[in-house]
Design a protein around this ligand. Structure first.
Ligand code: DGJ
Length: 729
């Protein structure tokens, strides 16, 4: 494990647990990509670079027609000198030209990993856990230095990459594009997997064969978005859930991004991931630096399942932080779908009382407790308690909830301002807008300009005041619209195209300030559900509200798609009422329970209206979840049947030592002449014997995995579910 440099060949070999990433300096300082894939002990160049003359591929310099960047696999490709594929970066010089020519200058290798200035990033707790390579590339004409950062982790199949731009010239430069990573694959025999979606329908799984030309996913919405996730994977043609090669790329960023995959004329594939270059123009003054976000690249030769388990384990240990990182999370009840804006102190306490009786541990007061907020038309920004609704104050309510034996949680939407708010009336210039143009509202609100320090300071001050006064154990940090008329009254004209990124940097800095100041509060990020389910958010907040759609059937796909990248413990999933408020579907409490128990469990319905029979079921769900919580939240996750492929879904959780597992099975619709159904388990110890809890039945691990278990034929009707718990005998 580690980073090995062959000075004679000028080749760097980054060796992780079972992954190798190899790059080298060729000819006059070009940085070539040599290999990325399953770990190899030593790299001697058996797949050597090919230099042949290709018509219409110009040669760099004069004299050697076989050397063109157009056909060289590269590490950080540039624009303007023989490569006609999309570049990883583009910089405009003071003379207005956009050609650049970066050449190897120097490198350093060191133990550990450094943080990225102002940005979320993966980390190691001890230097021995990772090694970092920094390669400095220089364009002497521009006075530009670009430091390419690569970290390889000792116990993981992960490479983390980013780039830092330094202007060492006399004149300002403009960065027009600055990707975090680019990888040139030697072939194009892959499928592309992405996670598109919409509000209430996030992270659906799409897989399609690569074709010649560009295929890309992106967000220009100012948030990483419901519509696409900053994640793409290349899958070998025959890769499945369980076998085959998969390359995952995930950007640690919550704003505009682009992921492009280009298959060129020679059937090679270039993957680029990073900040979106659309409407991006960063003025890099002489002597200043610009740091890109980080890309987390995972290699798996055990299919998508292997990739997901690697991302889960890695994010759990190297991205998520704070006291809750390794702690099981409380089972909460949230009042949003129970009352929406229409609640009283008494109602909240009534819900809390029932919740406590049923075993819930945290009462979350959602939107509507501040300003004059009785609908979504007002008061965002006025973070002072609504005395009409809560005449005895928030502190009193929180204490009363605490006295019932429950923790108290609170909702905020710090990045927003309502037009009807005192804050907006005092500071209309504090929102993101373009002067002399109309401001488009969405959910009756505008976005505060977090690129401004005065805005950040005031919002932080208001939040701190509440969090200091009220005994809050949990905060839901929401964000309910995307950015339009992107501009800032604070910045000059030549910096307006920096605002989308500056805004996100500002959001991160407020999140950093608040989460650092209140280390014992559990934070859950949210953006109209899962509009910012990304690693950037998970760096500050260890869990995310997965979707505003709480329908159990829709959630099968949403949670399945989310689980491709993000750990189970990070996925907030609640039992809500039936008929469901988003899609109107009527599902059983058992189905809703098992789907929600497949993530970070909560409840979001009026508990005071539950019948005795329903209370009994909920109580049992909570007791079961508490028993299984460590396993579900932190165990290894195996997807067994995909909701994208049929009427059934199944998944399971196994502990690291393979001593027990918990399996969930769901059948969406009843079908006539239903075939017998079996679920083949995964991840068990073949040689071990497992007992089915509550029975005397004992099976070998091999039998459970290869013969499978029979789904009870008594599952009659739509929306059926069953679960099994096996323990080592
Ligand atoms: C959107 C969130 O996703 C919901 O859970 C809820 O908090 C509402 N906002 C409140 O306005």
């Amino acid at each position: 494990m580690g980073i090995f440099y062959d000075e004679a060949q000028r080749v760097f070999h980054l060796r992780g647990k079972d992954v190798s990433y190899v790059l080298g300096v060729v000819r006059e300082g070009y940085l070539a990509h040599l290999y990325y894939g399953k770990g190899i002990r030593e790299f001697a160049g058996s797949n050597g670079l090919t230099f042949i003359k290709r018509d219409f591929s110009p040669s760099v310099g004069i004299g050697d027609e076989t050397f063109s960047l157009d056909s060289l696999p590269q590490e950080y490709p540039q624009y303007g000198n023989t490569d006609f594929r999309k570049p990883a970066y583009q910089v405009k010089g003071a003379d207005g030209t956009t050609i650049s020519d970066l050449r190897y200058d120097s490198h350093r290798i060191f133990a550990g990993k450094v943080g990225l200035d102002g940005l979320p990033a993966t980390y190691v707790e001890r230097d021995g856990g990772a090694d970092t390579l920094e390669i400095t590339m220089v364009d002497a004409v521009l006075g530009l230095r670009v430091i390419l950062q690569y970290t390889v982790f000792e116990a993981e199949n992960v490479i983390a990459r980013s780039a830092r731009f330094v202007n060492e010239g006399q004149e300002a430069l403009q960065i027009l594009k600055a990707a975090s990573a680019s990888v040139d694959f030697k072939d194009s025999d892959y499928d592309l997997l992405t996670l598109p979606g919409a509000w209430g329908n996030e992270r659906q799984v799409e897989r399609a064969p690569l074709r010649h030309g560009m295929q890309s996913v992106d967000s220009v919405r100012g948030g990483s978005s419901h519509q696409q996730n900053p994640f793409v994977a290349l899958l070998g043609k025959h890769a499945t859930e369980d076998v085959g090669e998969v390359y995952g790329f995930n950007l640690v960023y919550s704003g505009n991004f682009e992921a492009s995959v280009e298959v060129d004329q020679f059937a090679t594939t270039r993957v680029i991931l990073g900040l979106h270059s659309f409407n991006f123009d960063w003025k890099l003054e002489s002597g200043t630096e610009f740091q890109t976000p980080e890309v987390v690249m995972v290699y798996s030769d055990t299919g998508l399942g292997g990739m997901s388990r690697q991302y889960h384990r890695f994010y759990q240990k190297h991205l998520v932080r704070g006291v809750y990182r390794d702690q099981t999370r409380p089972i909460l009840v949230n009042n949003w779908e129970a009352t929406y804006f229409n609640f009283t102190e008494e109602k909240i306490l009534d819900i809390a009382k029932v919740g406590e009786k049923l075993g819930m541990e945290l009462l979350v007061l959602d939107d509507g407790w501040f300003g004059k907020r009785n609908s979504d038309k007002s008061s965002l920004g006025d973070w002072f308690v609504n005395a009409e609704k809560l005449p005895n104050g928030l502190k009193n309510l929180a204490e009363n909830v605490n006295n019932l034996g429950m923790k108290f949680g609170l909702w905020f939407e710090p990045e927003m301002v309502s037009v009807d708010s005192d804050l907006y009336r005092e500071h209309p210039e504090w929102c993101i807008h373009v002067p002399n143009r109309a401001k488009s509202e969405s959910r009756n609100q505008l976005v505060l300009d977090f690129s401004r320090e005065d805005v950040r300071t005031e919002i932080t001050r208001r939040m701190v005041a509440i969090l200091e006064e009220v005994p809050v154990s949990y905060v839901k940090w929401d964000m309910n619209r995307h950015l339009t008329e992107v501009g800032s009254a604070h910045f000059p004209s030549d910096r307006q195209q920096e605002i989308a990124h500056r805004h996100i940097l500002g959001v991160y800095s407020v999140m950093d300030a608040i989460t650092t100041r209140f280390p014992d509060i559990l934070f859950e990020s949210c953006s109209g559900g899962g509009g910012r389910f990304d690693p950037g958010m998970l760096y500050y907040m260890p869990q995310t509200w997965t979707s505003d759609n709480t329908d159990a059937v829709s959630r099968l796909k949403i949670q399945y798609g989310t689980s491709l990248v993000y750990p189970i413990v990070t996925m907030g999933s609640h039992v809500s009422s039936a008929p469901n408020h988003q899609v109107g579907r009527l599902t059983s409490l058992e189905m809703r329970g098992n789907v929600a128990m497949s993530g970070n469990l909560g409840y979001e319905l009026d508990l005071t209206t539950l019948t005795d029979a329903e209370q009994k079921i909920v109580k049992q769900q909570i007791a079961t979840y508490k028993e299984m919580r460590q396993l579900i939240q932190f165990g290894d996750f195996y997807r067994l049947k995909s909701p994208f492929e049929g009427n059934e879904t199944a998944w399971m959780f196994v502990d690291e030592a393979k001593t027990e597992c918990y399996v969930f099975y769901f059948q969406v619709l009843a079908t006539p002449a239903r075939p017998l159904q079996f679920v083949k388990l995964a991840g068990l110890n073949e040689a071990a014997r497992y007992q089915l809890r509550g029975t005397e039945q004992i099976f070998g691990g091999d039998e459970l995995m290869y013969a499978g278990i029979k789904v009870p034929t008594a599952l009659i009707g739509d929306f059926q579910t069953v679960s099994w718990h096996f323990q080592l005998k």
